[in-house]
Design a protein. Structure first.
Length: 300
C-alpha cells in the first residue's frame, strides 16, 4: 500500500530501517532448517560445514547478530544437499516462512557492509503483527486510514470489538496454506483455522452492516503447490485435481458459504509481492469503500 499510494515508495532511510529485519529473517529461517534437520535426522552431506552448522545453531536469531561471517556460513549451508533435502520437507514436517528461499538465494547481496534493501527485499520481509497497527495512505486525493490487527489466536480478543464503525473489513487468507498447521497449535490446519476466523469475524454483530473484502492471497505459491499437493488433503470433497482455477474457485466458495450476515462480500485473488496486482485490486476496492462511506452518510 505504501508503494502504490500517491507519491508512494520508500526513502533511503526507510529502506535501511528494514536492513536488520532482513538479516533477522535470514538467520531465523536457516536456524529453522537446522532444527528441522535434527528432528528429521537428516545430516549434512558436506562434513566440512559442521563448524558453520554449530555457529548458526548457537547464534541468536536477531538482526544485530549478523556479520559477513554469519552470512557466509548461511550461504555455505544453503549449498549443502542435506539442507536442501530438509528444505523440500517444509510445511508437512515443520514451519518455514515463504520468503526463506528468496533470502537464501539473494544472500550474496546482503554480505557487503553498504547493503541497502531493495523494495522486493522489503516486500518479503516478515515482522509478526502484534496488537493494532495504524497507517494512513493517500490515493487520488482521498485519505484511507487502515488498521492492521494480529491474526494469531491470542491477538483476536484485543481487537474484534474495537471496529464497529469501520467502513470496510479487509480479510486476508492464504491460498497456499491448506497443507500447513498453526505454529501455536500444530494439530490445527491453517486453512481450516482461517475459515473459522472468517466465520467468527464475518458474522460478528459488530460488523453486521459492514462491507467485507476478502483477499485470497499468495496465488503465486498456490499455483506451484497445487501441482504437487492435492487440495483434497484439506478438503476431502474436492475433486478438481491439479487445476489452479478450480482450486481457487473451490476455496472461494468455502469462505463465502460461511457468511450468514446481510452484508456483501467482495472477493479478490491477490499476490501481495506483486505491486501491479495489488494496485489493480485496490483500484477496484477503492470504489467499494467510497460507496460504502457515502451510503453510511445517506443513512445518517
Amino acid at each position: 500500500m505504501k508503494i502504490i499510494q500517491d507519491e508512494g515508495g520508500y526513502s533511503r532511510e526507510e529502506l535501511l530501517d528494514y536492513k536488520y529485519i532482513i538479516y533477522a529473517n535470514t538467520i531465523q529461517q536457516m536456524k529453522a532448517l537446522l532444527t528441522a534437520s535434527e528432528s528429521l535426522n537428516i545430516g549434512l552431506e558436506n562434513p566440512t560445514l559442521k563448524s558453520a552448522y554449530r555457529k548458526i545453531s548457537e547464534v541468536p536469531g536477531a538482526g544485530d547478530s549478523w556479520s559477513q561471517d554469519i552470512g557466509k556460513s548461511i550461504q555455505d549451508l544453503w549449498q549443502d544437499k542435506g539442507i536442501k533435502r530438509v528444505y523440500e520437507m517444509r510445511d508437512k514436517h515443520y514451519q518455514l516462512n515463504d520468503s526463506a528461499l528468496y533470502f537464501f538465494e539473494n544472500i550474496q547481496r546482503f554480505l557487503p557492509n553498504d547493503y541497502i534493501p531493495t523494495v522486493d527485499d522489503v516486500l518479503r520481509s516478515r515482522v509478526r503483527t502484534s496488537g493494532i497497527q495504524e497507517a494512513c495512505f493517500l490515493f487520488e486525493g482521498t485519505k484511507f486510514r487502515m488498521l492492521d490487527v494480529g491474526g494469531q489466536r491470542c491477538e483476536r480478543r484485543k481487537w474484534i470489538h474495537c471496529f464497529d464503525s469501520v467502513t470496510a473489513v479487509i480479510f486476508c487468507a492464504s491460498l497456499s496454506e491448506y497443507d500447513q498447521t498453526l505454529r501455536e497449535a500444530p494439530d490445527q490446519n491453517r486453512m481450516k483455522e482461517s475459515l473459522l476466523l472468517f466465520d467468527e469475524v464475518c458474522n460478528s454483530h459488530w460488523f453486521k452492516n459492514t462491507a467485507f473484502i476478502l483477499f485470497l492471497n499468495k496465488t503465486d505459491l498456490f499455483r506451484e503447490k497445487i501441482m504437487k499437493v492435492d487440495l483434497s488433503q484439506c478438503f476431502h470433497n474436492y475433486t478438481g485435481g491439479r487445476d489452479f482455477e478450480k482450486g481457487c474457485e473451490f476455496i472461494k466458495q468455502r469462505f463465502l458459504e460461511q457468511n450468514q450476515s446481510p452484508h456483501t462480500i467482495f472477493t479478490h485473488f491477490t499476490c501481495a509481492i506483486s505491486t501491479e496486482n495489488i494496485e489493480f485490486v485496490f483500484d477496484a476496492i477503492r470504489n467499494t469503500v467510497i460507496k460504502q462511506a457515502i451510503d453510511q452518510l445517506i443513512v445518517i
